[in-house]
Every structure is written in structure tokens, then in C-alpha cells.
Write a protein that binds this ligand. Structure first.
Ligand SMILES: [Zn+2]
Length: 273
């Protein structure tokens, strides 16, 4: 049996400087155990009644504040019931990734334990990029801290399996202490959202790819980029060079992959128990 995976942009980013167009890349997976969201982008309350911090962020990043881009609106537009969103898996809890959490108050919130700790007790400027209003409703946290194997040489933590596609958290600490990628088994191999751990490598794998200004992290000097996203770029580049036929990797703000993946239907096999 195959399950459908939808690719969603849950927040357009169009800052005036640096002048670029970006997105918040989220996934919606249909499973026998309800719907699973991977990251949520901005939520309805972020647009209707933003906190001061969110308001500043939305203005700086030129977010159009279009409720039609929120995950809950898109779930409904697909003909699904938001109550059926049973699980949300987060790469990390920064305000541009986790705002939609409150629109699904009954969902299980799956997160790497280290990311929960960095969000609740942030150290340094980057970890302070969360908005605690996003979890003021006291969501059902499901904290994962048990590495149960390897995924292409990276430690993996199983989030969901059995009657859902295999979904793993892949710790990629650096951007925040608990930042993770999320790997999902699909019938085209693996879909891998590496979160904010890398900018896309399209210029290397596709010389006719998007121009430089479409790739936010590529316009930053290397040392700034490493401070912001962590040290994993060489390992992720190697993953794509060696296993690009098995792993469809994208990052959270990766317009190029989003547009490419929208063009083809991606489904995932259910794992039999
Ligand atoms: Zn982030």
C-alpha cells in the first residue's frame, strides 16, 4: 500500500535585504495512523495576533501573512479534517517552523529531546529564535532520545513506523543544540528534510539550477553560514554525492527542490507489521 505525501509551503519569505524569495518547506503524510505533518511553518495566530517578536520577524522577512499558506488551511483545502493530524514531527522549534503547532492542539508533537531542551533553555542568539507562545497551550510532547540505528552513517531515532511509513529524526546539531533532519521512506527512496543544516547543493548537482540569489545561505560568507547552520554541510554534500539516487534531500527554505518535488507525485509504502 502506498500513502500520499504532500509538499506544502507554509510561509513565503521575501525580505527586502538580502533580496530573495524563500519558503518554509513542510510535508503532510497520509498514514493509517492519521495525518503526519513535518514542520508547520507559521500558524493562524501568528498572522492574526502576532507576539511582538513574531511581528518583527514577519516584517523583517517580508512574510505576506496569507492565512491560505498556513498548514491548517492547506490541510482543509486538500479535503482533510485538521482533527486527523495526529502527529507533528519538528526539525526544530524556531518560530518560522513551529507556529502551526497551536492549530493542531490534539496532535502528538514529536521532537528530539535535545531540541526540547534547547528551546526551553536557550543558549546564545540563534537558539532564542523561538516563540514560546507556540506551545503555551501545553501540547502533547513526545520526546525522542533513543538512537536505534544508523541511516547512511548518521545516527537515527525512529519516530513513527509500523502502520505508518518509517520516519526518523536525524540529529544535526549546530543551528540549535537539538536540531534534526527528518527522513521519510517513500517509494522513490528517502525524502530527507535537512531543516536548517544546509543550503541546497543544486549548483553542484545541477549546473543549470537556480541563480545564486534563490539560495539564501549561499549568499553568506562561509564562517557566518557555519555559525548559523552548524558543521554538517560536508557530510550532507557527501550523502547527496554518494546516495543522491536514493535520497531526495531538501532544506527548509529550499524553493528549488520544492518546485521540482511539486511536479511529481511522491508516495510512501506503508510498512507492514
Ligand atoms: Zn531555524
Amino acid at each position: 500500500m502506498l500513502v500520499k505525501i504532500y509538499h506544502l509551503n507554509c510561509g513565503t519569505l521575501s525580505p527586502l535585504y538580502p533580496r530573495l524569495h524563500s519558503i518554509v518547506y513542510c510535508l503532510l503524510v497520509e498514514t493509517d495512523d492519521g495525518l503526519v505533518l513535518v514542520d508547520t511553518g507559521f500558524g493562524v495566530q501568528d498572522y492574526v495576533k502576532p507576539t511582538r517578536m513574531m511581528d518583527i520577524f514577519l516584517k523583517l522577512m517580508g512574510v505576506p501573512c496569507n492565512v491560505e499558506e498556513t498548514a491548517i488551511y492547506q490541510v482543509e483545502a486538500l479535503g482533510c479534517d485538521p482533527q486527523d493530524v495526529r502527529h507533528i514531527v519538528f526539525t526544530h522549534l524556531h518560530l518560522d517552523h513551529a507556529g502551526g503547532m497551536r492549530d493542531f492542539p490534539n496532535a502528538n508533537i514529536h521532537i528530539f529531546k535535545g531540541e526540547f531542551e534547547s528551546a526551553m533553555s536557550p543558549r546564545g542568539l540563534v537558539e532564542r529564535g523561538c516563540d514560546s507562545a507556540h506551545w503555551a497551550h501545553n501540547p502533547k510532547w513526545v520526546l525522542h532520545d533513543r538512537v536505534d540505528g544508523e541511516w547512511f552513517g548518521f545516527p537515527r531515532l525512529r519516530v513513527l513506523g509500523g502502520n505508518t511509513p518509517d520516519i526518523y529524526l536525524i540529529p544535526l546539531p549546530g543551528h540549535t543544540r537539538g536540531h534534526c533532519g527528518v527522513a521519510i521512506a517513500s517509494d522513490h527512496g528517502w525524502l530527507f528534510n535537512c531543516g536548517d543544516a544546509a543550503s541546497p547543493f543544486h549548483k553542484e548537482v545541477d549546473p543549470h539550477g537556480y541563480p545564486r540569489d534563490m539560495q539564501p545561505l549561499n549568499i553568506l560568507p562561509g564562517w557566518v553560514s557555519r555559525r548559523l547552520i552548524g558543521p554538517h554541510v560536508p557530510d550532507l554534500r557527501r550523502l547527496i554525492q554518494e546516495h543522491g539516487d536514493e535520497v531526495n534531500m531538501f532544506s527548509s527554505h529550499d524553493v528549488y527542490s520544492f518546485e521540482k518535488n511539486l511536479e511529481r507525485e511522491i508516495t510512501s509504502p506503508l510498512v507492514e507489521v
